[in-house]
Write a protein that binds this ligand. Structure first.
Ligand code: HEC
Ligand code: HEC
Ligand code: HEC
Ligand code: HEC
Length: 211
């Protein structure tokens, strides 16, 4: 009699604990994964909400893997004894989403989730969107793994994110002073990014929430 109670009690207790555990401790949400920019595009390619996908597609970030197939990349790779930079994690670590460890995003370049965080838990509508309570939706999104990089209040965190890849320590850091200067300048304009015709800003339609 005693035994049968125990058998029932153990799974029930486990279930109860899993239910009571805070969001970030739930086993299913522990390991967030990237879903790929094409998943974000299913909604964010719509003009009605700002078509961030198209803005991104025309930005250098979308070409970050392609650039690994160019002559300067191959020359650098050769010096470092890397056979194929577009397939090597030493380069893909910063030139694509998921640090080159995720097959489905290996070719997409620096995609949405490289900056906004792995989307497995927040990409669904109800988990990051509420057109009435936008502030609330953003907070839900953050709990579900979205990185806090939006708005002026988060500018320091955003800078940290950018500098994580745009670091002096990278193997492709330029040697010529003018290249160093050009790259520093382009990073200084961190919230209003323009490079020629390439607009790196991809805003939503107003009114904007105050983060
Ligand atoms: C089911 C459709 C849908 C999908 C899929 C989707 N989004 Fe969204 N997302 C929206 C809508 C709608 C908004 C809110 C637009 C508005 O309020 O103007 C939004 C807002 C956002 C915001 C702004 C949040 C805020 O609080 O202002 C970010 C950042 C974002 N999405 C990133 C992503 C990323 C990255 C992905 C892919 C991992 C993604 N979204 C997938 C529909 C979607
Ligand atoms: C720590 C992150 C990081 C790693 C690792 C990295 N890159 Fe880069 N790479 C960058 C960033 C950031 C840029 C963009 C710099 C800019 O234009 O401001 C870049 C730009 C480049 C460029 C364009 C240079 C230019 O002057 O426009 C080439 C080519 C390149 N990387 C090749 C490589 C190769 C090959 C590897 C592997 C051996 C590699 N990168 C590894 C971050 C990285
Ligand atoms: C290089 C990093 C980077 C990439 C890649 C990127 N974003 Fe963003 N995104 C940002 C930053 C930074 C902001 C905040 C802009 C601001 O506050 O002016 C932002 C803002 C947004 C917003 C909210 C705009 C607003 O006005 O509130 C949405 C929606 C969004 N991004 C979706 C996407 C989607 C979808 C993709 C992929 C197609 C993507 N982003 C790719 C950095 C990035
Ligand atoms: C995952 C790594 C990664 C992150 C995070 C990242 N970048 Fe980049 N960025 C790159 C790479 C790689 C390139 C080079 C792409 C190319 O030239 O095709 C690049 C290119 C650029 C360029 C074009 C520079 C030039 O000289 O042509 C600008 C501007 C830029 N990034 C700004 C930002 C900003 C601002 C952020 C933060 C919101 C950011 N990046 C976050 C990797 C990253």
């Amino acid at each position: 009699m005693k035994k049968s109670i125990n058998i029932l009690a153990v799974p029930a207790l486990t279930l109860l604990l899993a239910f009571l555990a805070p969001d970030h401790l739930r086993p299913a949400e522990k390991k967030r994964t990237v879903v790929g920019s094409s998943v974000c595009a299913s909604c964010h390619a719509a003009e009605s909400i700002g078509n961030q996908y198209d803005r991104w597609l025309r930005s250098p970030h979308a070409k970050a893997v392609l650039i690994l197939k160019t002559q300067p990349a191959l020359a650098l790779a050769k010096k470092l004894s890397i056979a194929d930079p577009a397939a090597d994690r030493k380069c893909l670590a910063c030139h694509t989403t998921g640090r080159g460890k995720v097959d489905k995003t290996k070719d997409e370049g620096v995609g949405c989730e490289a900056c906004h965080g792995p989307g497995s838990d927040y990409h669904e509508f109800g988990r990051h969107v509420d057109t009435v309570n936008r502030q609330g939706a953003y907070e839900t999104a953050l709990k579900n793994g979205m990185y806090p990089i939006l708005g002026i209040k988060n500018i320091k965190k955003r800078e940290k994110l950018c500098l994580h890849c745009h670091t002096k320590g990278r193997p492709c850091y330029p040697v010529l002073a003018e290249d160093i200067y050009r790259q520093t300048i382009s990073l200084q304009v961190i919230s209003e990014l323009r490079k020629g015709d390439l607009n790196l800003k991809h805003q939503l339609i107003p009114p904007f929430p105050q983060y």
